[in-house]
Write a protein that binds this ligand. Structure first.
Ligand code: EPU
Length: 428
């Protein structure tokens, strides 16, 4: 894949520097990647504020443009005008660029009763089927035809349905809402996902005229309407996972580090763990000031659906666990392949035993900088955290994974005192 002479980028970190000052959190990636497709449901122009500047956003823009919609972007403000939308095949090249391309299924099925696209992409963190999405669309009257990786969804009429999810899937909950807002009749989603971005998407849909109730609880009810307006301005909710990642950095390196623009209750599961481990932090209404803890108590962490400990923070959290004084057990229950970062942590000096989805972590480890590779988005963020606390220089390759989900991460960290830079190099 990489050819000799090719110019690539890597992240270089000199570890051990305290973090002080303020990091401001941007809009939630996993909400923004649903709101951009959702804007195509509206008949007018949607202005979405606080959209993070990440490569997943750009991949969605390519699909929106392919569908003949106009996008204007000014910093974090994005205006989407879908008046000239042409419902065309979403190519394989664009479908596989990210996971969230699957939201065009719900949107186009709802609005045009016809979708053609390919199986979505996303980080390789496990088996990522879309059967729950497709079963729900079928219940609503859609016919699904699959040829290789290509999917065609058609419905003569899309109608409301009672849908009970076998797992509280984030993507399926959002996709069903997207399809149901323009379907005939009432749709109920039982065992719905409850993450903050579910509520955010429901709020956006209601702002453009949909009737969605119950988002944030186990049961969501959607009363279909005949059309959705536009000309709304909506701001993306702060990113729970970006916030959590920097809070974890503060727990290891903070010198009164302020993480600002957060919704503290979204990170309750993380704050509870930090309290248990003895970390000193002070919550404000929409911020937290955090100090490093040199004497972390060991604990066990198990990832769960919201409001449990988020899977997307599990990998950064595992770095904190390497610094506890004792043995910690870390269990990942959502994805079967979220341990790709551990071999690199071990290379840096962590003592870990892996068995299926359980990692036993023996602390406190002295980490040393070395050459490592990001294997996925959150694993990459975990390795940045490891590099920041390690002795010496850490060089992280394959950083595209990180840039797909963390806005301006190099600047945000440099501004609070980290010695971190992006470096170009020639592939040898
Ligand atoms: N699942 C199925 N069938 C389905 C859908 C999901 O079996 O049709 C299973 C998955 O295999 C997995 C579990 O259900 O074991 C959870 O999947 P979910 O559908 O909730 O995840 P997702 O929608 O694919 C989103 C985020 C992920 C985040 C998960 C869980 C986006 C674009 N992605 O994925 O974010 O880990 O929810 O919270 O919103 C990340 O940001 O790093 C990331 C991977």
């Amino acid at each position: 894949m990489f050819k000799e002479g090719m110019i690539m980028e890597r992240i270089v970190i000199e570890g051990g520097n305290p973090l002080k000052g303020t990091i401001t959190i941007g809009g939630a990636k996993n909400s923004a990647v649903a709101l951009i497709p959702a804007a195509l449901l509206a008949d007018g122009v949607c202005t979405i504020k606080n959209v993070p500047n990440i490569t997943d956003r750009d991949a969605l823009f390519d699909i929106v443009r392919l569908l003949n919609c106009d996008i204007e972007q000014d910093g974090n403000i994005v205006k989407i005008d879908s008046s000239n939308l042409k419902n065309t095949l979403i190519t394989q090249e664009l479908s596989v660029k990210l996971r969230a391309s699957y939201y065009f299924m719900g949107v186009l099925l709802g609005k045009y009763k016809h979708v053609e696209m390919y199986f979505p992409g996303g980080c390789n963190i496990g088996n990522r089927p879309i059967d729950i999405h497709l079963d729900a669309f079928k219940k609503m009257g859609a016919k699904v035809t699959k040829r290789g990786h290509k999917y065609m969804l058609d419905a003569e009429k899309l109608h409301g349905a009672d849908i009970k999810l076998r797992f509280a899937s984030v993507g399926a909950t959002i996709n069903i809402m997207l399809a149901a807002v323009l379907a005939d009749g009432v749709t109920t989603i039982e065992n719905a996902a409850k993450e903050p971005h579910i509520v955010d998407v429901a709020n956006f849909l209601n702002a453009i005229g949909a009737k969605v109730e119950g988002a944030g609880t186990d049961v969501i009810t959607i009363n279909g309407v005949s059309s959705l307006g536009g000309n709304v301005t909506y701001s993306v909710v702060p990113d729970q996972i970006e916030a959590g990642t920097y809070i974890l950095m503060g727990a290891l390196l903070g010198d009164n580090l302020k993480v600002d623009g957060i919704v503290p209750e979204h990170n309750k599961a993380l704050f509870d763990k930090l309290s248990e481990m003895g970390v000193d932090y002070k919550l404000g209404e929409s911020s937290v000031v955090i100090n490093k803890c040199d004497n972390l108590k060991p604990t066990n962490v198990k990832t769960l659906v919201y409001p449990g400990f988020p899977t997307d923070l599990g990998q950064p959290m595992s770095v904190l666990l390497t610094q506890a004084n004792g043995t910690c057990v870390f269990e990942e229950t959502i994805w079967e392949n979220r341990f790709g970062h551990f071999p690199y942590l071990e290379k840096m000096g962590a003592k870990v035993e892996l068995k299926d989805r359980v990692a036993t972590i023996y602390g406190k480890a002295h980490l040393k900088g070395t050459q490592i590779n990001a294997t996925d988005l959150r694993g990459g963020a975990a390795l940045i955290l490891a590099g920041l606390i390690a002795e010496g220089t850490t060089t992280i390759h394959d950083i595209d994974y990180i840039l797909r989900g963390y806005e301006n991460i190099i600047n945000k960290l440099s501004n609070v005192g980290a010695k971190i830079k992006l470096e170009e190099y020639n592939v040898e």
